[in-house]
Design a protein around this ligand. Sequence first.
Ligand code: NDP
Length: 333
Amino acid sequence: MRWGLIGASTIAEQHMIGAIRATGGEVAAVVSTTAARAADYAAKHGIAAHGSELSVILDDPAIQAVYISSTNEKHHAQALAAIAAGKHVLCEKPLAMTVADAAEMVGMAKAAGLVLATNHHLRCSGSHRTIRDLIASGRIGRVLSLRLFHAVHLPANLQGWRINDASAGGGVIPDITVHDADVARFLLGEDPETVVAQMTASGLGQGVEDSVMSVWTMPSGAMVMAHESFTHPFAGSGLEVHGSEGSIFARGVMTQQPLGEIELVTAKGRESVPFPAHNLYVQGVSDFLAAVAGKGQPAASGRDGVASLAVAFAVREAARTGVRQAVAYGGAA
Ligand code: NDP
């Protein structure tokens, strides 16, 4: 597969260029908003074609897929242009700045017969897939509650648009709550119905929230509690799933690396649960390639990206208004 990168980003540099190459793909071109930056990025990463115009990628018939990792407000227009040019799209979360725009991306890809996937990496991890299997196989009985701990400290090199630019899609809710929404949907196999929430800017956020806590209702009656933040250096991450017959405690699993621990507690006692330690992003690209080949589904589809965005925006609206919000999926749930 020949790929074009839309966005000369940190995530592409740290994870996705390697993941594309690990699956046998070629990173054929990179596009940035500035030509000089694209040239520097291309030289640093051994990418042949570069430029500031999408046409560098979209006019090349040998490029079959694009990976979009620009700032959030650009995803929608770039994805529509790529789809119009006949390219499959692996797009970063959040898919767009509104649920309607994200749904439009899904509709256009479907009409064109192209794959649109969302790069929700956590559901690609061995830990999350193992937890989902534990739940689905009935090991903890009926799920009563899920608690998501995703309060981290935003690295200094990422303290730009994420903490000070609402117009670029900044704020912890579009950045991390979308991931937690996807995790909840992935693990429990159902979609949050209503949310209550509070948010604050407690240290980093300049005009956008840097911390949020929310509680979600699920159709089954299970409750979900989620905590996301950019300001917590020592909180660690994890999740707990509590059921009528057992509990799952997972620590250090809300991460880009295949790390963490899972413990299952039932009436029989405590057991440590092993899980595969494959690279999350390689798994995501592999699943995307399978979908393009017609041999499977992407790890997270475009509709999954619409749904996670819908939950995140409901959380932000609930926190802004102080009023419980029904999640408006725009037909995606
Ligand atoms: P970056 O800030 O590194 O990159 C985003 C854009 O900012 C780039 O495309 C680039 O624009 C511009 N930029 C980056 N560095 C510089 C620089 N030194 N000078 C000038 N411009 C710069 O963001 P991330 O890589 O962290 O995030 C990109 C996207 O990926 C976001 O949508 C984010 O939500 C998502 N993401 C997803 C993750 C996941 O695990 N799924 C993890 C991290 C991010 P241009 O291309 O125009 O030059």
